[in-house]
Design a protein around this ligand. Structure first.
Ligand code: TLP
Length: 357
């Protein structure tokens, strides 16, 4: 096992495989399980689970907002945010490869009755002027257009490669949205990867956003849970939609305890994940048959393109035979994600597996 400056960066994981499919695959470490086991609980639907209340207060404070709401998943967090900010018939504006558009089952349409205006972007990062052009309003269109009322920013951008928004870009998008009477929601499933990569405080990054979703179950290593964060009025309204979406959880303090532990111990250590993703990216990019856009490798992800016509399925199968699991994310594209169960030796094993096939 490699030496680590961070006590959590250890392979407390029952498998001898190298699982790079996602940072969602992490299992609670012994220390996190201890925190879970010792957690006092109440009934969060009645509002008296002390750990959930503590977690919500902690998340709100970290992001410099008034309140937060614990929800079961990032998908529900985004869905509740969209439903709270919009009315049926409104339009949301987001990036073409965003999780909200690509991976949430069309929830914005089914659950909120919204249409979507897509903004094409380089590595998942929208240009403010493109956001401005994508916002449509009924007024002045003889009622042809819907009302664009919500802009969604994904930071880091998953399909962009784990890329981070520049602060000035976020600020500018927020200004444009405000001028157009639109709210801004940040899908910050991996916001803390952006915090670690850019060195900018979370509260500064989201300063002008109306709501933010953060996930505990990705790079932070908790088993379950996300937080929707915003001002008190927004969270009060979101609480009602969480109920209607079936997301009220009872003795959720055992999950909140894991989340509190994650926020306390697992933010800074993500620098290790970022360094390992880069090591993998640089090594694989040197090999014939593979290419990695190194400019996009800014956090814990590495998207690998297959350049000689191999199918992604075949390459995933060949790597799996060597004990290394990646995700196929397109006919010629694979994704590797580093997380707290991936050590230096695992990355070397993955590199060897790539060079063998
Ligand atoms: N992303 C998962 C898959 O669903 C693709 C992954 O393995 O990366 N926002 C972003 C940016 C995400 O990447 C994800 C999960 C979510 C939201 C949804 O979170 P969950 O899975 O908790 O609903």
């Amino acid at each position: 096992m490699s030496e680590s400056a961070f006590p959590e960066a250890m392979r407390e994981y029952s498998s001898d495989r190298v699982d790079l499919r996602s940072d969602t695959v992490t299992q609670p470490t012994a220390a996190m399980r201890e925190a879970i086991a010792g957690a006092p609980v109440g009934d969060d639907v009645l509002g008296d689970d002390p750990m959930v209340n503590m977690l919500q207060e902690r998340a709100a404070a970290l992001l410099g907002k008034e309140a937060a709401l614990f929800v079961p998943s990032g998908t529900m967090s985004n869905a509740v945010a969209i439903r709270t900010h919009t009315n049926p018939g409104d339009e949301i504006v987001t990036e073409t490869t965003s999780h909200i558009y690509v991976y949430e089952g069309g929830g914005y349409a089914a659950l909120s009755g919204c249409s979507i205006a897509l903004v094409d972007a380089h590595h998942g990062i929208m240009v403010p002027a493109d956001v401005e052009s994508a916002i449509r309003k009924a007024e002045g269109s003889l009622s042809h257009y819907p009302n664009g009322t919500l802009v969604c920013i994904e930071n880091t951008s998953n399909r962009g490669g784990g890329t981070c928004y520049e602060l000035s870009t976020i600020d500018e998008i927020c200004q444009i949205a405000k001028r157009a009477d639109c709210k801004v929601h940040m899908d910050g499933a991996r916001l803390f990867n952006a915090v670690v990569a850019t060195g900018i405080d979370a509260s500064r990054i989201v300063q002008d956003c109306d709501s933010i979703s953060i996930c505990l179950s990705k790079g932070l290593g908790a088993p379950v849970g996300s937080l929707l964060v915003g001002d008190s009025d927004f969270i009060a309204e979101a609480h009602r939609w969480r109920k209607m979406f079936g997301g009220g959880m009872r003795q959720a303090g055992i999950l909140a305890a894991a989340g509190l532990y994650a926020l306390e111990h697992n933010i800074e250590r993500q620098a290790e994940d970022h360094a390992r993703a880069r090591r993998l990216a640089e090594a694989v990019n040197e090999m014939d048959g593979f290419s990695v856009n190194l400019e996009a490798v800014q956090t814990n992800m590495c998207y690998i393109s297959l350049t000689t016509g191999q199918s992604a399925d075949d390459v995933v199968a060949a790597l799996a035979e060597r004990g290394v699991d990646l995700l196929e994310v397109g006919p010629n594209t694979l994704r590797a994600v580093c997380h707290l169960h991936v050590e230096d030796d695992d990355i070397e094993r993955a590199i060897t597996a790539f060079s063998d096939i």
